[in-house]
Design a protein around this ligand. Structure first.
Ligand SMILES: [Zn+2]
Length: 163
């Protein structure tokens, strides 16, 4: 592929452009031309429209990779995560801009576009999406109460039956 063609196609690579089934509302990334959810697949053929993912997501699973595939040598260890987007699709991507050990389930992330790898001798550089942690607002993440502020489960002045 020529350099010119690479850059012409770049916007598409950089967009998390999926497709949405207007029949049932399912969103797909990468885009699909037929909806596998709809009971009548043919019905969905004309109903698939381009749909832009926001790039927001939440880590639902991850692994820390210590042995890199060819071309990724300089990046180990790194965290590879499954990220569920609010739109529905689950994306696989590397978590960057934080220690791999600090990645956790429930981490809010956002897609960013980075160099994925270089092809050794040719020097061709591939770009794609990775995920960076989203700065969370003040306070603990949702679903986790602040430590030490757990409400007492027993009444402060328990009723006692007089002996
Ligand atoms: Zn559908």
């Amino acid at each position: 592929m020529s350099i010119a063609r690479f850059w012409r196609e770049t916007p598409r690579r950089y967009n998390l452009g999926g497709s949405k089934c207007m029949a049932c509302g399912s969103v797909y990334f990468p885009p699909r031309s037929v909806c596998p959810v709809c009971t009548s697949h043919r019905q969905s053929i004309e109903k698939m429209v381009p749909f832009q993912l926001s790039g927001e997501g939440e880590v639902i699973s991850y692994t820390v990779v210590h042995e890199a595939a060819e071309g990724f040598d300089m990046q180990v260890p790194y965290a590879l995560a499954l990220v569920r987007t609010p739109e529905g699709p689950v994306l696989t991507g590397q978590i960057v801009d934080m220690e791999p050990e600090a990645v956790r389930i429930g981490l809010k992330v956002r897609a960013t576009f980075r160099k994925l790898r270089e092809e050794g001798a040719s020097g061709v550089i591939h770009y794609g999406y990775k995920f960076t942690p989203v700065d969370e607002p003040e306070g603990p993440p949702p679903g986790r109460g602040p430590v030490g502020a757990i409400p007492a489960t027993s009444p402060s002045s328990p009723e006692r039956t007089p002996a």
